[in-house]
Ligand binder design. Structure first.
Ligand SMILES: [Zn+2]
Ligand SMILES: [Zn+2]
Length: 106
């Protein structure tokens, strides 16, 4: 056998496990599209991916101060402070546009 090739045994256990896994993924994407907790999400100033989970590209702000106003904050899972994020309509965590819309300026 070469590399990390391995044989997947396709039995009922495999099919059930895989079905569950893909169903969970589907549920996740449905939440991303439907945005059922929109108000809570906007209250936390998070984009859909950062709020519902699944954002693999979360950057940490190790300095814990806002890059726009230099205010310190205690949550190192965000890049900028909440008030700057609100003002600029950005996700506090990954700093995409909070509504995932195109824009011409910051
Ligand atoms: Zn700020
Ligand atoms: Zn985000």
């Amino acid at each position: 056998m070469e590399g990390d090739c391995y044989l997947v045994k396709v039995d009922l256990v495999h099919v059930l496990k895989q079905t569950n896994y893909q169903r969970d993924r589907l549920d996740f994407y449905i939440r991303i599209v439907d945005d059922p907790q929109r108000n809570l999400r906007l209250d936390k100033q998070l984009c859909r991916f950062c709020f519902y989970g699944g954002n693999q590209t979360v950057a940490k702000n190790y300095y814990e101060d806002c890059q726009f106003c230099n205010q310190r904050f205690c949550n190192n899972l965000q890049l900028i402070c909440k008030s700057c994020a609100k003002e600029k309509r950005l996700c506090v965590r990954c700093c995409c546009d909070i509504e995932l819309k195109d824009r011409r300026k910051l």
